[in-house]
Design a protein around this ligand. Structure first.
Ligand SMILES: [Zn+2]
Length: 268
């Protein structure tokens, strides 16, 4: 889901401003020979989780574990830390997920009412938390496909890093979804989100897979998050990237099998 960037940036700015204005100076007076000033103690990053009563203990554990894994992934693979606590609200119905203002709304079922498995739930948690990383950085809000596709790519990489799936299985699944969707196959990448075409997250995943040349390119996202241009970050500007991807799409073929089912029998 597209996050509410403007409100988050304002909230983040307010948080920083309020934090600095209420901090008590702790540095010793110079010249007293007391040694170096103690480092300021950072505010604790306490995530809070509020569940509907019928969310099972195993689902709670899955979501809380995914949040920890995601934070670590952002720091180690993307070079960006989420410095504030997140409020997670988890529903047992509804099927929707979104993020904004250091808050993540999740559901343990998908829009059709089926329970979300470990691979998909970990991806969803990582996807929504990456939106918070984007909101707290210099990610430009020029278009939806880079915003959503990068969150989807990072989310699946987090799920793979947690052992729920593999990069190869995810790519096979995304290719199958793409090839099996005639509507999306005929739609330019930059139009799939404005038109709300089914399968738009899959083609956006494939675009970022092509741009980053697989999971090894994920650290390049850190450059873009620091405000570097698309060309500086990924080697080509946006028009060249779109033209290149349009050619790449012509080479895609349906993989054998291509089922999006993980080893625990749930959907990716
Ligand atoms: Zn999203």
């Amino acid at each position: 889901m597209r996050p509410r960037i403007a409100s988050v940036l304002v909230a983040a700015a307010l948080a920083v401003a309020c934090g600095s204005s209420t901090t008590t100076p702790t540095s010793p007076t110079p010249g007293l020979g007391l040694g170096p000033a103690p480092s300021p103690v950072p505010a604790p990053m306490v995530d809070s989780f509020t569940y509907d009563a019928d969310v099972s203990p195993s689902d709670r554990q899955l979501i809380e574990s995914a949040s920890v894994i995601s934070r670590t992934f952002f720091e180690r693979q993307v070079g960006r830390a989420l410095a504030m606590g997140i409020t997670f609200i988890i529903k047992s119905s509804g099927g929707l997920a979104n993020a904004g203002n250091m808050r993540v709304n999740l559901s343990i079922v998908d829009p059709s009412g089926r329970r979300v498995g470990g691979a998909a739930m970990t991806k969803i948690v990582g996807h929504e938390m990456f939106h918070l990383v984007q909101q707290n950085s210099g990610w430009p809000s020029v278009s939806d496909w880079p915003l959503e596709g990068s969150a989807e790519f990072v989310g699946y990489a987090i799920s793979a890093s947690a052992g729920f799936t593999t990069y190869e299985d995810v790519k096979t699944c995304q290719l199958a979804r793409y090839i099996d969707s005639p509507q999306i196959s005929a739609t330019p990448l930059e139009e799939v989100f404005p038109r709300q075409v089914d399968g738009r997250y899959g083609i956006a995943w494939l675009a970022w897979d092509h741009i980053l040349n697989g999971e090894a390119g994920i650290p390049l996202l850190g450059r873009y998050l620091q405000g570097m241009s698309f060309e500086q970050s990924f080697g080509k500007d946006m028009p060249a990237t779109l033209a290149d991807f349009a050619e790449y799409r012509k080479t895609l073929r349906r993989p054998p099998g291509g089922a999006c089912i993980t080893r625990d029998g749930t959907s990716l």
